[in-house]
Design a binder for this molecule. Structure first.
Ligand SMILES: NC(=O)c1ccc[n+]([C@@H]2O[C@H](COP(=O)([O-])OP(=O)(O)OC[C@H]3O[C@@H](n4cnc5c(N)ncnc54)[C@H](O)[C@@H]3O)[C@@H](O)[C@H]2O)c1
Length: 324
């Protein structure tokens, strides 16, 4: 199989490429990435000389580049996006350009070229927010969309476009909506790598508001495994929700990291809350469990240990990212 991966130099995309190249050494992977601040070819240096892997620097909003990269591919796995909520609050327009317009260009090209499988990687944030008080409520595939940040609105729009292409043109696509990922190779603007790398340097860990907002965390390799299953066995036209069974709030994340590193609780610093902050995300992943036999395999304690160790062993990567 020849797969076009968009955004393969980012956090999840690079973990996915490394996972797929190890599991399917016969597959060819084309990585189309614009290399924004979030894309880093260092992530893929272990496969850069592999004849089955090719990197193309290009923008998913550039039709010509997309067509060239996609030609002769059997499948597309679409990760490329602007992905940071805080950046979407201060500058939303690039989110519309990449996440909405870019997805539309990929879909049209995939249709023209007769691509056999198009998998669109999306987020639980499209569903809005859950109450903190009632832990029985979770998102699932039938939850109505209610995005509340420019990031989640742009991802919701991209999901709608994929659905529209399925209904209107019969494009053989699937969608997944996943909860917050963490693990190796994550850019240290997201909470877990930010807190880990700040704690290393005895810098403050900035916690939004009172630190009560809850996210459901999934170790990145489990997300890669879910996408692999959907790509091969998922039902065309379907959406799959992916969750981690690991709900944690900001204070709990900070405490876990500080305790693991033997750092003082005084590094916790409460800062002004994010505008329109969603209070809780949680996912019911029973559909993918039932239909494809997927469930998270790495629990939070194990995953956070592995993640901290990875950042401890890869200070060169961290320093390189922070110096750019
Ligand atoms: N990180 C999470 O917790 C999470 C959870 C669920 C879903 N997702 C989704 O997964 C995908 C990947 O997320 P991530 O955390 O790895 O993001 P990331 O920000 O780490 O990586 C995004 C990648 O896309 C590339 N890119 C950005 N604009 C581009 C463009 N116009 N053309 C080509 N490449 C471009 C960047 O260079 C980067 O390599 C996104 O679609 C995101 O919405 C992320």
């Amino acid at each position: 199989m020849k797969i076009l991966v968009t955004g393969g130099a980012g956090f999840i995309g690079s973990n996915f490429i490394l996972y797929m190249m190890e599991k399917y050494p016969d597959y060819e992977i084309i990585n189309l990435d614009k290399l924004t601040y979030a894309g880093n070819l260092e992530n893929l240096k272990s496969v850069s000389g592999n004849p089955k892997y090719k990197f193309i620097k290009g923008d998913i909003c550039d039709r010509k580049a997309v067509k060239e990269a996609m030609s002769e591919c059997d499948a597309v796995v679409h990760f490329a996006a602007e992905s940071h909520v805080d950046r979407s609050i201060t500058g939303p327009s690039v989110f519309i350009e990449t996440n909405v317009v870019g997805t539309e260009i990929l879909l049209e090209t995939a249709l023209d070229l007769g691509i056999k499988r198009f998998h669109h990687v999306s987020t639980d944030e499209v569903f809005g927010t859950l109450p903190l008080e009632d832990k029985s409520q979770k998102f699932n595939e039938k939850t109505p969309y209610a995005p509340r940040s420019p990031y989640s609105a742009s991802k919701a729009a991209s999901d709608h476009l994929v659905r529209a292409f399925i209904e209107t043109y019969g494009i053989p696509a699937t969608i997944s909506n996943c909860t917050n990922n963490y693990g190796p190779l994550q850019f240290p603007e997201k909470i877990i790598p930010l807190f880990i790398t700040n704690a290393f340097e005895d810098k403050n860990l900035p916690i939004y508001g009172q630190g009560k907002a809850v996210r459901d965390y999934l170790f990145v390799t489990d997300h890669c495994k879910a996408i692999d299953l959907i790509l091969h066995d998922g039902k065309i036209g379907e959406t799959y929700c992916i969750g981690g069974d690991s709900e944690r709030n900001g204070v709990e994340i900070a405490d876990t990291i500080l305790n693991s590193l033997g750092k003082p609780a005084s590094l916790k610093t409460f800062v002004e809350d994010r505008k329109g902050h969603d209070m809780r995300y949680a996912m019911d992943y029973s559909k993918i469990e039932r239909e494809l036999g997927w469930k998270p395999s790495v629990n939070f304690e194990e995953g956070i240990k592995k993640t901290i160790e990875w950042y401890q062993n890869n200070t060169k990567w961290v320093n390189h990212i922070k110096s750019e």
